[in-house]
Design a protein around this ligand. Structure first.
Ligand code: THU
Length: 160
């Protein structure tokens, strides 16, 4: 028997001002995208913004449905759009801004498990880590240097 240990860590920033300008801009793009989310059922609005290697910013938000499981998270809306429209552009980083309109949500909110799996597909595809920044509607920003860091021991194409 041998024991395998996987360690993970991430950084937390107290203010957006601690981050470089392109990252601040990406977070602002996600903040704007969040305002356009369609979340009448959960009232939990999420905006996601991606920066492509050509500098272009792509945004998405959560799209809910009366048939609840038919809805889609912001992260997947954004990354599937990028995959559909810009299949050869690597994704440098992604910012996610999430929060309820009914409860205070001042803490960084990390992506759900299904989104982590979807994001990891594109990180593997582009063979380059994708930076992730996530926050609530205010307060701190969490940073992970890759998707793998928040989804260790992934299921990917190498096992098929
Ligand atoms: N949601 C996202 O958009 N991203 C996540 O990572 C977690 C959850 C959405 C789905 C649903 O519309 C609402 O937030 C509440 O779960």
């Amino acid at each position: 028997m041998k024991r395998i240990k996987i360690e993970t860590s991430f950084e937390v920033y107290d203010s957006i001002k601690e981050l470089a300008t392109p990252i601040q801009n990406l977070i602002l793009k996600a903040t704007e995208a969040r305002k356009k989310a369609y979340a009448p059922y959960s009232k939990f609005l999420v905006g996601a913004a991606l920066e492509l290697e050509n500098g272009q910013l792509i945004a998405g938000n959560n799209q809910e449905n009366a048939s609840y499981p038919s809805g889609l998270c912001a992260e997947r809306t954004a990354i599937y759009y990028a995959g559909a429209e810009f299949p050869n552009q690597k994704i440098i980083r992604m910012a996610i801004v999430a929060g309820s309109t009914t409860n205070p949500t001042p803490k960084p909110i990390p992506p759900c498990g299904a989104c982590r799996q979807a994001l990891s597909e594109y990180e593997v595809k582009q063979n380059m880590p994708m930076e992730l920044y996530f926050m609530g509607t205010s307060g701190q920003i969490a940073y992970s240097n890759s998707v793998e860091n928040i989804l260790p021991w992934i299921f990917d194409k190498t096992v098929l």
